[in-house]
Design a protein around this ligand. Structure first.
Ligand SMILES: NC(=O)C1=CN([C@@H]2O[C@H](COP(=O)(O)OP(=O)(O)OC[C@H]3O[C@@H](n4cnc5c(N)ncnc54)[C@H](OP(=O)(O)O)[C@@H]3O)[C@@H](O)[C@H]2O)C=CC1
Ligand SMILES: O=C1O[C@H](COP(=O)(O)O)[C@@H](O)[C@H](O)[C@H]1O
Length: 511
């Protein structure tokens, strides 16, 4: 089927960098292979490195170890490479440079008929996120008559609420909000989108999805890797800015928001904003009891021996940056009043996995309690595995055959791999396609990014003032033990620390 996308040019600023090579160009190739790209399409890389078109094609395609696609034919790869071009810049925002870029775009249109619709992808260091749009506007590239111009902005979007507000204002001066696509690759994950389908395409979850039946909600995003060579970036960021403010709060919004009136961008984004606005602020005084931060020391992970975070390249010797965060908070609305939410993420943990666990309340009377270990073994939980082993498991108690009423937990499970034989598309592939279509639902809106920062800012401020301890944990462990105390006061069984499989349920940090 021919593509129904408008002809356009995707301009990637920072095209010589890691993201372009590892994620963006391979994602565009998948769209090309799938027949999604319009016939009239070009990808124009732009950065300061001195490449010719050919050298750029070699770097991001022919010599790119990340550019592999099962069953891709040589002719396909060659045909794709012919759609790639490169413009070198002395600076990213100089008048002369952007004029040269504009001339190149005109030339591409003249030679290939790719038209004047543009996507500008900011894959540069964040300090350029406001100056490039201003330079594009000066050259009139933000506002082509009879054509569209869209801007994709990478993370991090701001450093705190104030800087995010400032960045929004600066970009919005040149690009209207409906042309700004703030990327959060977690929103491109099929399983994160499936949270909405699970909740809103099925009748039976909704009556249970509230304070009357839910005891607690926990979200874990664990990584086995350390900071590797990203120490310079990571030490300025830390787990709260790198994972919680964006990815994990977006997952939370999908789990907890009210039903949108339609499955379109304004409806879904309005509900997410409302959800962020309903988060009960963790005031500075509460940070100690609601949030635990940690930093890994040396240890053994599934990746091998890991040096301490402070000994990683680019990390200062006395760094106080957190590589682990665990937090407890509440959502002040009718649906969730009184239900504790727990979120944690960390580097150098035992497993790479992201999952959401909804724990339902026990029945009002434990009539089988006299039969041995009922109280310990019966958990009513819905475990939603975002990655890997994507799927869901519903756990509940059943009678063990034989005398009496011994109850044992069993599970019903579903694995994404049983739903489709096709590979689940990479997040960047889906997100780029959506931007090409002009579909912003899976991108973050400016106001909700600000609201997410407003929630995490007091915590970051308390940390900066060193008002709460930074605990250490050995690489390869589940993080500081102090995180278990967040569950004290009868809030539940604690963190689910699975081994590997979705249906492994024997590892709770009991209180
Ligand atoms: N890599 C990843 O996995 C992820 C990256 N991101 C975000 O995407 C953006 C790009 O990431 P990534 O490709 O890893 O970054 P890189 O550090 O590789 O930078 C991209 C390009 O920007 C240019 N650049 C680097 N430093 C400077 C500087 N000080 N001033 C001007 N230009 C500079 C370089 O190109 P040249 O010298 O040729 O101009 C470089 O190739 C970043 O904002 C990052 O936060 C977000 C999520 C994941
Ligand atoms: O944005 C980021 O995400 C990755 C984790 O992404 P995932 O898709 O592999 O779960 C994280 O490693 C990185 O530090 C962060 O910048």
């Amino acid at each position: 089927m021919p593509s129904n996308l408008d002809p356009h040019v995707l301009v990637i600023f920072g095209a010589s960098g890691d993201l372009a090579q590892r994620k963006l160009v391979p994602a565009v190739f998948e769209l090309f292979r799938g027949g999604y790209l319009p016939e009239k399409f070009a990808l124009l890389g732009a950065s300061r490195t001195d490449f010719t078109d050919e050298a750029f094609r070699n770097k991001v395609i022919f010599e790119n170890e990340h550019f592999k696609s099962d069953g891709a034919k040589e002719e396909e790869i060659k045909a794709f490479s012919e759609k790639l071009f490169y413009q070198d810049l002395a600076t990213y925002d100089g008048e002369k440079d952007i004029k040269a870029l504009a001339d190149r775009l005109k030339k591409l249109d003249k030679e290939l008929g790719v038209g004047r619709n543009y996507i500008f992808y900011l894959s540069t260091p964040p300090k350029l996120y406001s100056t490039i749009p201003a330079a594009l506007a000066k050259a009139g590239l933000n506002n082509n008559q009879d054509a569209w111009a869209r801007l994709i902005v990478e993370k991090p979007f701001g450093y705190n609420e104030q800087s995010a507000i400032k960045l929004n204002r600066e970009i919005q001066e040149h690009f209207p909000e409906n042309t700004i696509y703030r990327i959060d690759h977690y929103l491109g994950k099929e399983t994160v989108q499936n949270l909405l389908v699970t909740r809103f395409a099925n009748g039976f979850f909704e009556p249970l999805w509230n304070r009357n039946y839910v005891q607690s909600v926990q979200i874990t995003a664990a990584e086995t890797v350390g900071v590797g060579s990203r120490g310079g970036y990571y030490d300025e960021s830390g787990a709260m800015r790198d994972m919680v403010q964006n990815h994990l709060l977006q997952v939370l919004a999908h789990v907890a928001m009210e039903p949108p009136i339609r499955a379109d961008a304004p409806s879904i984004r309005n509900e997410k904003l409302k959800l962020f606005q309903s988060l009960r602020p963790i005031t500075k005084k509460d940070v100690k009891t609601h949030v635990v931060r940690g930093q890994y020391t040396e240890g053994i992970t599934s990746e091998g021996k890991e040096v301490a975070y402070r000994d990683s390249p680019g990390v200062p010797e006395k760094s106080k940056t957190e590589t682990y965060v665990a937090m407890k908070f509440f959502i002040d609305n009718w649906r969730w009043a009184g239900v504790p939410f727990f979120v944690r993420t960390g580097k150098c943990l035992p497993l790479k996995l992201t999952e959401v666990v909804i724990t339902f309340k026990n029945p009002p009377q434990a009539i089988f309690a006299e039969y041995d270990d009922y109280a310990m073994s019966c958990d009513n939980q819905l475990i939603i595995r975002i990655q890997p082993d994507e799927g869901m498991a519903l756990e509940f108690g059943m009678k063990v055959p034989g005398e009496g009423f011994r109850v044992k937990n069993v599970d019903m499970d579903f694995f994404y791999r049983d739903l489709t034989k096709n590979d689940v598309p990479e997040a960047y592939t889906r997100l780029l396609l959506d931007c090409m279509k002009g579909e912003p639902t899976l991108y973050a809106r400016g106001d909700s990014v600000e609201a997410a920062w407003a929630f995490v800012d007091p915590i970051l401020e308390a940390w900066e003032k060193d008002e709460v301890p930074l605990y250490s944990y050995p690489a390869g462990s589940w993080g500081p033990l102090q995180a278990d105390a967040l569950w004290s006061g009868g809030l539940g069984n604690g963190w689910r620390n699975p081994t590997s499989s979705l249906t492994d349920r024997k590892h709770y940090t009991k209180q």
